[in-house]
Write a protein of this length. Sequence first.
Length: 217
Amino acid sequence: MADHAPRRITPRSLLIVGAGGHARVLIDLLDASGQYEVVGLVDSHLPAGSLVNGFPVLGPDSSEHLQSLAAQGIELATNAVGGINDRALRSSVCSRIQSAGFSLPVLVHPSATVDRSAHLGAGTQVLAGAYVGAGAQIGADCIVNTHAVVSHDCVLGDHVTVSPGAMLAGGVRVGANTLIGMGATVYLGLTVGSRVVVANGAAVFADVVDDAVIRHR
């Protein structure tokens, strides 16, 4: 099927890259915040013209199609690819979005709390009920998911996912492309390396090296 034409484009128009479950969550966030207007989605696994929560799939998420949409005047995009089972996937999609010329705005659900001294990198998404504390430094393209807690003075690298209900105590440092699983906890002041997977419900009481998998015990 041919690519579907985008809706009317304005400076607030935003493209969602990916059309799975996380995309539907982001549509709800955007509806609640009212800050941007969803112009459509792109996803290579759905036919153009399909609807996701009432918004059209405009075509594949290929580099060529993203560049075409940017050339039509869409300036903003957000990364809706979770990449839970492939920690490199989300970062590669982010690179494709940026290479096509899009800007990635920070998205914060109105029910989330972000301290005014915290910093959120480009494209980071803070979902419903989440908390980001004083002095926290969150990298680009991160997800602080529903009811997750990133306490004061934490430092997160790019493309980190803090899953629903996870809790990082104060001063925790997390490397790029790491996944903190649902309900997991990380103790005060620890360092968790890059490309780490902390399993759902795990409790971390010591520093974690790069590429480790921490399982629930």
